[in-house]
Design a protein around this ligand. Structure first.
Ligand code: ADP
Ligand code: SF4
Length: 708
């Protein structure tokens, strides 16, 4: 047993012999000020949930993208000063010399593969609450950023910056730029997007100043211009200076001299940065979920930038298709293809295109579990790529697998996300894999759910894995094969994995958050009844205490089918957890468009087949609702009967080994099932168990970070 060789060709010197001719343009080097990106693949700054607390996890996460061919690899937001403190959300820092070493780990890792390292220097302005530093948030005019109220709710309003506050921020940017150079970064950012400080100066809603930084557009761009200038003074010829800017709101604003204020800002600053990194204004539109926003959704907002500046332009759009990328370049929309989610789901996307293996791209499904990880305050997780965030601590590589030294066979029962992922990983490790699925097609819950409104892209979880398995010679795949104990044993495999999923129940919700007794009225349905078209009745209630996407999607679906649908949930919002995945505002729009009435903070007490008894969760005020049926999207139970019977039938500590995976082990989201299947298959061959715990790099005695 030994790890296979690491063979990596730096992006700059890799050949294009196998690349599709029309995709070769993606591999042209691009000059960015004094530095040169080896190709047009640019991993734009994105949150990773990785901070100075886990520098090795962070370096390995970013390194994998450089290894996979991304010509530029960026950090997430790096705070320049304690007055930009986003806690409890995770953020990185360059507050003093002590922070340099952990970033140097990342830049060295990126440089090993010939890629450029970019740092997103960031001041959050009024969009942060400084909960740890307890400094007053800074803002041009003392106006809170709107999303701060509705989103992460804080009570502290920002102070209005004096001119000496402005000078101070410019000085902090200068110091942070200096530290960034010491850490080895090649591209230094100024951030004027997403409600952060530079953005607040640009927008008249947040900037009411009457001095040289407020009023007409020329004044409102001044702060951003000066931030760029101090960064340039520090960077000299050692690094490029990039401007990251949100253009959605500005583009909607008419301007006296320009086509819009966005056109004005880009014209006024056209040749000040070396690179324009252009984006939308809020996370739900910038990092839009595939349910509601297609690939390339940014183009109508940012398409003018390249015509307005001769500096290179990078932008995103959840691009996964090389043809779409090439079209962005050929049509003069972008110079560099920005990827955040595309690079998380498949760090090797550029390499696969270069090697003419586009079919092998593990395409992002746009579920936004990655951004939910940041909202959760933890390192990134990805539905499609179970290795994201696990590169260092578990040694998981997205494309390399330890080959087994001894022939071994594995039977997997269940062809949902957990079973399929386990099959892919085990087959790549050289095991002989058999996978059996009781239904006529692969994908389990993903297949059913992907047929619901807006969910088609999620099918990629199934399609990618089925495609990989179909290419491998050591995999036998059987559909229409429900296995019982005897059938499972008859395969005579060394290992058996049970990935039989979970079933939705008719259990109710109790205020103690424990599922109470099921409702047994015949007109009470589960999501499985929706998939198999069992749901009858004109007027339907969807009662959701799963609180993620499915209850809302099923309400949409039933309304589209012509039912009159009411949605009720004990939570404070419809599909409440989709706040974490940037979907919440669009869920409301979708339900409104289909006339779905919404009751929140509402429990379902009883149903007699004609009338549902609802009750406000807090004040117990009752409501009666005449409905013909109820779909409960609430509690799931593992479908583990086969496992239990096999477990009882098999002798202890003798082959075959027996394991439960995915929802059959612990019902969760698809990301959990994929991770479970992946980890199980790795454990069959790799000796290490558990994971390494990262530690901060401590080089100095604790220092003061904001001496007055
Ligand atoms: P997970 O998310 O954990 O992969 P899913 O519910 O998506 O779980 O998938 C489980 C799959 O297992 C389903 O496609 C289901 O049809 C299949 N399955 C359940 N029981 C059996 C069985 N006894 N034999 C074969 N397949 C089964
Ligand atoms: Fe894409 Fe979902 Fe992975 Fe994020 S978590 S990169 S949205 S597949």
């Amino acid at each position: 047993m030994g790890k296979s060789e690491t063979v990596t060709t730096p992006a700059a010197i890799a050949t294009l012999d196998d690349c599709h001719p029309s995709h070769k343009v993606l591999f042209e080097p691009i000059q960015i000020g004094p530095v040169t990106a080896p190709n047009r693949f640019y991993q734009v700054p994105h949150a990773s949930g990785m901070t100075e607390a886990n520098p090795r996890v962070r370096a390995a996460f970013r390194e994998t993208k450089a290894e996979g061919g991304w010509g530029v690899v960026s950090t997430g937001a790096v705070s320049i000063h304690p007055s930009s403190d986003d806690s409890p959300l995770p953020f990185a820092r360059l507050w003093n010399e002590a922070d340099i070493a952990s970033h140097a780990l990342t830049t060295e890792a990126i440089h090993r593969h010939g890629s450029l390292a970019a740092v997103e220097l960031w001041h959050g302005g009024a969009a942060v609450m400084n909960r740890t530093s307890r400094l007053p948030p800074l803002s041009p005019s003392g106006i809170s950023w709107a999303a701060t109220h509705v989103g992460f709710m804080g009570q502290l309003r920002p102070k209005k910056m004096t001119e000496s506050d402005i000078d101070a921020v410019l000085h902090w940017q200068r110091l942070a730029a200096r530290r960034a150079l010491d850490a080895g970064f090649d591209i230094l950012y100024v951030y004027a997007g997403m409600g952060y400080l530079g953005y607040e100066f640009l927008l008249p809603e947040y900037n009411h100043r009457q001095d040289g930084y407020g009023g007409k557009l020329e004044n409102r761009v001044r702060f951003v211009r000066e931030m760029l200038e101090v960064t340039r003074e520090e960077a000299g010829n050692r690094a490029a200076v990039a401007l990251r800017i949100s253009l959605e709101e500005l583009r909607a604003k008419p301007s006296e001299h320009y086509e819009s204020e966005a056109h004005g800002v880009v014209s006024l600053l056209a040749d000040v940065p070396d690179l324009w990194d252009v984006k939308m204004d809020s996370s739900p539109t910038d990092c839009g979920a595939s349910r509601f926003r297609p690939e390339g959704a940014h183009e109508p907002i940012i398409d003018f930038v390249k015509r307005t500046t001769d500096r290179p332009v990078v932008g995103v759009g959840r691009f996964t298709s090389p043809d779409t990328m090439v079209s962005q370049i050929r049509r003069g929309v972008l110079d560099l293809i920005g990827g955040a989610r595309a690079s998380i789901a498949d760090p090797f996307l550029p390499t696969k295109i270069r090697e003419g293996r586009s079919d092998d791209i593990r395409e992002c499904i746009g579920c936004n579990i990655c951004i939910a990880s940041w909202h959760d305050g933890v390192p990134v997780r990805c539905t499609q790529n179970a290795t994201a965030g696990e590169e260092w601590r578990r040694g998981w590589h997205p494309e390399r697998f330890t080959r087994t030294s001894q022939p071994a066979s594995l039977l997997i029962v269940g062809g949902g996300p957990a079973g399929l992922e386990a099959a892919v990983v085990a087959a790549r490790q050289g095991l002989d894999v058999t996978i059996a699925e009781q239904t006529g097609d692969w994908g389990g819950r993903v297949l059913s759910e992907s047929r619901l409104p807006g969910m088609a892209t999620w099918r990629r979880v199934r399609d990618y894995r089925v495609w990989v398995l179909s290419q491998m010679g050591n995999v036998a795949m059987f559909t229409n094969s429900e296995l019982d104990v005897q059938a499972a044993l008859d395969f005579g495999s060394d290992h058996i994995a049970i990935a039989t999923g979970a079933r939705w129940t008719r259990r109710r919700y109790s205020a103690l958050e424990l599922p109470a007794e099921p409702l047994i009225t015949p007109q009470v349905y589960t999501p499985e009844d929706v998939y198999t078209h069992q749901v009858a009745g004109d007027r339907l209630l969807v009662f959701d205490f799963d609180n993620y996407y499915l209850g809302g999607v099923i309400a949409e679906h039933l309304a589209e089918q012509g039912h009159q649908v009411t949605y009720a949930t004990p939570a404070g919002h419809a599909s409440a957890w989709t706040f974490m995945t940037n979907e919440l505002p669009f869920v409301y729009r979708a339900l409104a468009a289909r006339n779905v009435a919404i009751h929140t903070s509402t429990n379902l007490m009883d149903f007699d087949g004609q009338r549902a008894m609802l009750q406000n969760l807090f004040n117990a005020v009752p409501t009666e609702l005449d409905v013909d049926g109820i779909v409960i999207v609430g509690h799931r139970e593992p479908r583990d009967e086969l496992y239990q019977t096999l477990s009882a039938a098999l002798p202890d500590n003798e082959p075959p080994s027996l394991h439960l995976l995915g929802d059959a082990l612990a019902p969760g989201a698809i990301v959990h099932a994929v991770h479970s299947g992946h980890g199980y298959a790795r454990s069959l061959v790799e000796e290490e168990s558990g994971y390494l715990r990262d530690e901060p790099i401590i080089l100095a005695e604790p220092q003061r970070v904001f001496p007055s």
